[in-house]
Design a protein around this ligand. Structure first.
Ligand code: ADP
Ligand code: MG
Length: 393
């Protein structure tokens, strides 16, 4: 698909600006970004393009090749969310910039995503950060990348209504090619650690299970963690669950009366410790140790945090039987969506075929399996240098 031609078809002339923002996977450290923990995401090569030309009609035109509905919204002092419409995401960014006193004028926008939407690869963070990055560039606003990340998270929390942590927006903005970001979600300190996968590749397996309950269950887990924290704070001077180590939690578990909430806290604290071990394993080139931690992470998300489901478990159980897979786990919020696996490159095709057979047999429909590159975070495409390949994704 030639994106410039698509833009011309919709708006009648070539776009003046073009941006790309990737999706992300999280290698390990799940459901702890909103508990002040350490996470390890990376940006992937799939993502969302945003092509834009300013107009002098004071109208924001929203069109996406991934959705039928297009809309025109006049420039205004503030904006309202419309039900579950896709354009709430870029509109939320516009609303936040406007409320912060930034003067915006009309834009013709075209979004085109090749990251599976609603599958846990953060297409929502991609569209938010792409929009924030674009507005910042076009209107010469002068925010730095971290400001844009925080705004994008705020849009998801307040305008959309999902209490996500900062990991997704951070990863799709700051991602570095062939590196994992080790991000402290409390201090926002981070470092990029080269992945060094050697003869292994990162496989993304989309279970193709609709995540219909994902947002409400996500907010439920968020509330459960808040409740565990409140219980623990009656005796312990902590700000986040991840301020505790597993030993401290064990000695203070009597503070949490509710068994389910205690299980959630155990997952969070253990998972945070696993990430510390995973950083060391990856830095030392110990891919097998890293893979074991991925499996342990999945088991904890399955048994303690209860966010996996039979589709994700089917994928991970299969991976455990494969000699050429070193580790696998669900990635993202769970309740369906995607899993990741580290697979020996020479055996990837065989892995894809066997997994597809097995999964289809067990679940009744096929998964989608991608060999994924680890890419860069959000960037502007320069049309004067844009090759045909860059336009056509
Ligand atoms: P995920 O972030 O896991 O992909 P979400 O449910 O959080 O799933 O976000 C998906 C929503 O983001 C879509 O339903 C749509 O509203 C919006 N979105 C993402 N990518 C695009 C796109 N290319 N065009 C239009 N809307 C998009
Ligand atoms: Mg999302």
């Amino acid at each position: 698909m030639n994106l410039v031609n698509e833009f011309v078809n919709v708006y009648g002339s070539a776009p003046q600006y073009s941006f790309f923002c990737p999706g992300r996977v999280n290698l390990i450290g799940e459901h702890i970004d909103y508990n002040g923990g350490l996470v390890m995401p990376c940006a992937i090569a799939l993502g969302t393009h945003l092509l834009i030309t300013p107009n002098d009609e004071n109208i924001f035109r929203f069109k996406s090749l991934n959705f039928e509905e297009a809309i025109e919204i006049p420039v205004a002092p503030e904006y309202e969310k419309t039900g579950k419409a896709w354009y709430n995401y870029p509109l939320g960014v516009i609303d936040l910039f406007t409320r912060a006193g930034k003067k915006l004028s009309g834009l013709n926008m075209l979004f085109v995503g090749n990251v599976p939407i609603g599958s846990g690869l953060s297409s929502s963070a991609a569209i938010e950060v792409a929009t924030a990055f674009a507005l910042n560039t076009i209107f010469d606003i002068g925010y730095d990348k971290l400001d844009l990340v925080k705004y994008a998270q705020q849009v998801e929390n307040k305008f959309i209504g999902v209490n996500c942590g900062i990991m997704d927006q951070f990863a799709v903005a700051f991602g570095e090619k062939d590196s994992a970001l080790v991000l402290n979600c409390d201090t926002l300190a981070y470092e990029a650690v080269p992945c060094g996968l050697d003869d292994y590749v990162l496989a993304i397996i989309n279970t193709n299970k609709q995540r219909t309950l994902a947002d409400s269950k996500y907010n439920e887990r968020f509330a459960e963690c808040r409740s565990a924290l409140k219980n623990l704070q009656t005796r312990l001077p902590i700000q986040h669950l991840c301020d505790l180590n597993a030993n401290d939690l064990e000695h203070n578990l009597d503070l949490i009366e509710n068994f389910t909430i205690a299980k959630r806290a155990k997952h969070v604290v253990n998972e945070n410790e696993r990430v510390h071990a995973a950083v060391k394993a990856l830095s030392d080139g110990q891919l097998e140790a890293f893979g074991e931690l991925m499996y342990a992470s999945h088991d904890s998300l399955r048994n303690l945090y209860e966010v996996t489901g039979k589709e994700l478990d089917c994928v991970i159980d299969f991976c455990k039987t494969q000699p050429h897979v070193v580790g696998a786990r669900m990635t993202g919020a769970g309740f369906g969506g995607c899993a990741i696996a580290l697979v020996k490159k020479a055996h990837f095709d065989d892995f894809e075929k066997k997994l597809t057979w097995h999964y289809t047999d067990m679940i009744g429909y096929a998964p989608s399996v991608y060999m994924s590159e680890i890419g860069n975070g959000v960037y502007q495409l320069n049309y004067s240098n844009t090759t045909e390949q860059e336009c056509i994704r």
